[in-house]
Design a protein around this ligand. Structure first.
Ligand code: HEC
Ligand code: HEC
Length: 366
């Protein structure tokens, strides 16, 4: 069973949408505050690198609870990375009929799928978070995909597979940054379906991958791997070992051959749901992962490097088209440096072209 599905990283934001010819055009208001962290000026290079990876890697999308702010939903920075709020308890799982595979609450901290209920843990350096963890234990959790303590498999949508592709040094940086943020007291409840904590399992973490070669394409591949673009932009298929990315359709987005799933309405506290084929539905309507292969007509084949950078910085198609909808984590990716965005683009130019026109988003239904 693969747990590589980082199926839904949702920015639950506001959308003021109008429909023109069936196409949603609107302002998706993203919140730069979403990426604000407990800033401190004197940081070691390792902590600074960790902060860069945590911000660009969108850990906030799931480990910081979302709240309704003045401008719509946004991660609650006062509860930065403190996980699923204890006050909300263990939510009752909603009925989830295929093709919907996984659903998230409005806080974006509780997730349900056939692989189980997963509550985002507290990543702050409090005793209820990772305060008592050693670097070695943190590395072991990511390298083995197993919870510290119980040793059970870490469930989706936690992007274990992408994070496991990080070098040892980068993972150490992430841990160093997490140890530097404000400690928040929040004992995330344990879902009843979890096996009880038993003998601590702290296997020796295998060494991570070597640092990528200095070429832009190699660096871009590394970033695409660890930032998990694949988890959303490659459609999944169900094989003998459970859902896995369909490598023949790598990075090609929601398959045009699939029937677009009809609208559904989740009961609170559940707010969004996603299919294995990479359609995601929430308050913004239904969005479909885009084709990132260098196909000229349906992918990014004719895009310039600048248009790609402008897209990730502004959250608009090529920097000037319609606003990109969740779960595309552009507010996080906008933290990437120009050099890293160029590297990502250089790598995407080298992947096999796949002809596939991903559908335009659908407006919200009742
Ligand atoms: C798409 C949502 C999502 C994103 C993005 C995400 N996580 Fe998680 N994470 C979760 C959930 C949900 C769990 C709990 C899984 C479970 O209970 O099996 C989890 C579990 C973890 C754990 C395991 C803790 C333990 O008790 O063993 C660690 C460590 C962790 N996340 C770190 C991170 C870091 C660091 C990032 C950013 C680089 C990140 N996560 C990004 C959803 C996410
Ligand atoms: C959590 C899921 C998710 C992840 C992770 C993700 N994307 Fe996306 N992405 C989407 C969705 C969904 C869309 C389509 C949004 C829409 O139509 O409004 C999209 C759209 C895009 C677009 C805009 C395409 C266009 O035609 O305007 C680009 C470029 C893009 N993604 C690049 C990336 C890159 C590069 C990464 C990894 C660094 C990445 N995405 C990671 C879900 C994701």
């Amino acid at each position: 069973m693969t747990c590589r599905t980082r199926l839904m990283k949702t920015g639950i934001g506001t959308i003021a949408a109008t429909i023109v010819g069936g196409v949603i055009v609107g302002m998706w208001s993203a919140h730069p505050a979403a990426q604000a962290t407990g800033a401190s000026s004197s940081r070691s290079p390792r902590v600074a690198r960790g902060e860069y990876l945590v911000k660009a890697g969108a850990c906030n999308d799931c480990h910081t609870p979302w709240r309704l702010g003045d401008n719509g939903p946004e991660p609650d920075i006062a509860r930065l990375l403190s996980g699923h709020p204890a006050t909300l308890g263990v939510p009752t799982e909603p009925p989830l009929a295929p093709p919907w595979f996984i659903a998230a609450t409005a806080t974006n901290t509780a997730w349900t799928s056939p692989l189980g209920l997963a509550l985002a843990p507290n990543l702050t350096p409090h005793p209820t978070g990772v305060g008592s963890w050693t670097e070695r234990e943190f590395m072991a959790a990511i390298r083995t995909g197993r919870h510290k303590g119980t040793g059970r498999a870490i469930r989706p949508p936690m992007p274990v597979q992408p994070l496991n592709r990080m070098t040892d040094e980068d993972l150490r940086s992430v841990f160093a940054y997490l140890q530097s943020i404000p400690a928040i007291d929040n004992a995330v409840p344990v879902p009843g379906s979890s096996p009880p904590a038993s003998g601590a399992v702290t296997p020796i973490p295998p060494a991570g991958p070597p640092a990528p070669a200095a070429t832009p394409v190699a660096r871009g591949k590394y970033l695409v791997d660890v930032l998990g673009c694949e988890d959303c932009h490659t459609p999944f298929k169900t094989g003998d070992k459970g859902p896995a990315p369909d490598m023949s359709r790598r990075f090609s987005g929601y398959p045009s051959s699939e029937t677009v799933p009809a609208g559904r309405h989740l009961e609170a506290p559940w707010a969004s749901a996603m299919t294995l084929t990479q359609a995601k539905q929430g308050p913004w309507g239904t969005s479909f992962a885009a084709n990132l292969t260098p196909d000229n007509e349906t992918g990014v084949g004719t895009w310039t490097e600048q248009q790609f950078i402008d897209t990730l910085r502004s959250g608009r198609h090529q920097g000037r088209g319609r606003a990109l909808l969740p779960p595309m984590p552009w507010p996080s990716l906008s933290h990437l440096t120009d050099a890293d965005m160029k590297a990502v683009f250089a790598y995407l130019r080298t992947v096999p072209k796949v002809r596939n026109k991903a559908p335009e988003p659908l407006a919200p239904t009742k």
